[in-house]
Design a protein around this ligand. Structure first.
Ligand SMILES: N[C@@H](CCC(=O)N[C@@H](CS)C(=O)NCC(=O)O)C(=O)O
Length: 211
């Protein structure tokens, strides 16, 4: 199997973290054909990475779908609870990352990439409004320190990296400052070696972009 990936991508980084955690024999490579080419779209119709190519040439796209597939096909993995409610809680973290927190960051991230003007204060407030939801969601889920790290944590961690790093460039030193539960969750996930390594890879790619 091989994973079409980029260290800059929070979505691809989630899958690389899972690969590292389970020591999976998956080759990680750059998108090929190149992204945004007709050849890429012809082969991978959704046009995005990550893509997991199976040994028989079949492809799976969408990071969460890839992660669930790998979890189901990896014997002995414990990144997804077997209890249905615990699993729903895990998925809520993943959905929160992709449908709430991530989109709140897009305008600021896009302005950074395109070097266009933005009302940074307004955007920071929009991101904080979504962080407030995540803070409450995590609180209601009980003590994360009492359970093991799961796919939801991994998905949220890579989105959280950009949620912290992007506003910093616009002068917001610690966007998590007012969110006690999210701050301790962030410190907790970073204690995991594979998560830390994935975040470090993204950070290096993000820093290289700014130079
Ligand atoms: N919902 C998708 C999002 C994937 C995504 O947006 N990937 C970006 C890289 S971070 C991409 O491939 N963009 C296509 C492009 O840059 O043309 C997932 O979870 O996999």
């Amino acid at each position: 199997m091989r994973l079409l990936s980029s260290n800059f991508s929070p979505y691809a980084t989630r899958v690389r973290i899972q690969i590292a955690k389970n020591n999976l024999p998956i080759e990680v490579c750059a998108p090929e054909p190149a992204l945004r080419t007709p050849e890429f779209f012809a082969k991978y119709p959704l046009g995005k990475i990550p893509v997991l190519e199976l040994d028989d040439g079949q492809c799976i796209t969408e990071s969460w779908v890839i992660m669930e597939y790998l979890e189901q096909t990896t014997s002995g993995s414990n990144l997804s609870p077997s209890d249905a409610f615990a699993k729903a809680q895990m998925s809520m973290l993943g959905r929160y990352a992709d449908l709430h927190l991530g989109p709140s960051l897009f305008p600021m991230f896009k302005a950074l990439l395109m070097k266009t003007d933005i009302d940074a204060e307004q955007e920071v407030n929009a991101i904080k409004a979504e962080l407030a939801k995540g803070e409450q969601l995590l609180k209601l889920q009980g003590d994360f320190q009492q359970r093991s790290l799961n796919l939801g944590d991994i998905a949220l961690a890579t989105t959280m990296y950009f949620t912290i790093a992007t506003p910093k460039i616009y002068g917001c030193e610690n966007i998590l400052a007012d969110f006690e539960t999210l701050s301790s969750w962030w410190a907790w996930v970073l204690k995991d070696e594979a998560v830390k390594q994935g975040i470090d890879e993204m950070q290096a790619a993000f820093m290289a972009f700014g130079q």
